[in-house]
Design a protein around this ligand. Structure first.
Ligand code: FMN
Length: 216
């Protein structure tokens, strides 16, 4: 084993910051999510809104990438992206996804599973119109997930779009907007000593959230 592999093989963190008891949890998982998100925000942890989004393509091959959560309520989680991206095309083939948030400073993980649909045009417009102008130009200019020759190609698209929208508001491209994950499964994970972590899950069955504990 080389030094780096030896180093990572021996990295060990014992989790001791909290516990998760059934009696402390909200009966509704979206309210429990809100509590943990609020605690992540209050704790000033970096990028609490970032999560791993996993999609699966038509050949059952999974892919993951980080995206930003931009809104949530009533078990619905919004993120924004290019509809023609790899994730967009995979969602078009299979709308089951998972989302995973990791808050190392709180020794917490939140796993969410559900299905995705596109947000309506009004919500996508509202979000797009509030983005900084350079990000709006960027959305027009990046053929996200497509092969490009070099950085110059991207810079040229940006220049072209800056010209196109000179002295004009940048409207939302129809290939860019929001997706909404509707959650049917959650897991709240709190790290504990000696890898004996707490894991509490919520599963939607017949309109009721069943709550159960999993072994770590
Ligand atoms: C912290 C962070 C936040 C990101 N947020 C977004 C996002 O909200 N939307 C997005 O399309 N890409 C976001 N990205 C870029 C994606 O990880 C990814 O590179 C891109 O969406 C293309 O993924 P795809 O080819 O699988 O579709 C983010 C990356 C990082 C590291």
């Amino acid at each position: 084993m080389d030094n780096l592999n030896n180093h990572i093989a021996n990295l060990r963190e014992d989790f001791t910051k909290g516990t998760l008891n059934e009696s402390d949890l909200n009966k509704l998982p979206d309210l429990q999510f809100k509590t943990w998100m609020q605690q992540a925000v209050d704790g000033k942890i970096m990028e609490p809104q970032a999560f791993n989004l996993a999609t699966v393509n038509k050949d059952n091959k999974p892919a993951g990438r980080i995206v930003y959560l931009r809104d949530f309520s009533n078990n619905q989680f919004y993120f924004y992206t290019n509809f023609n991206s790899r994730k967009g095309s995979e969602i078009g083939q299979n709308n089951y996804v998972s989302a995973c948030f990791f808050y190392p400073e709180l020794e917490r993980q939140i796993r969410i599973e559900g299905t995705v649909q596109k947000a309506n045009d009004d919500s996508s417009d509202d979000y797009f119109n509030n983005r900084p102008r350079q990000s709006q130009i960027g959305a027009w200019s990046s053929p996200q997930s497509k092969i490009i020759t070099n950085r110059d190609e991207l810079d040229n698209y940006i220049l072209q779009n800056e010209k196109k929208f000179e002295n004009k508001p940048v409207t939302r491209p129809e290939f860019w907007g929001g997706y909404i994950i509707t959650a049917t499964y959650y897991e709240f994970w709190q790290g504990r000593k000696n890898r004996l972590h707490d894991r509490i899950c919520y599963e939607l069955k017949n309109n009721n959230w069943n709550i159960f504990r999993l072994a770590p």
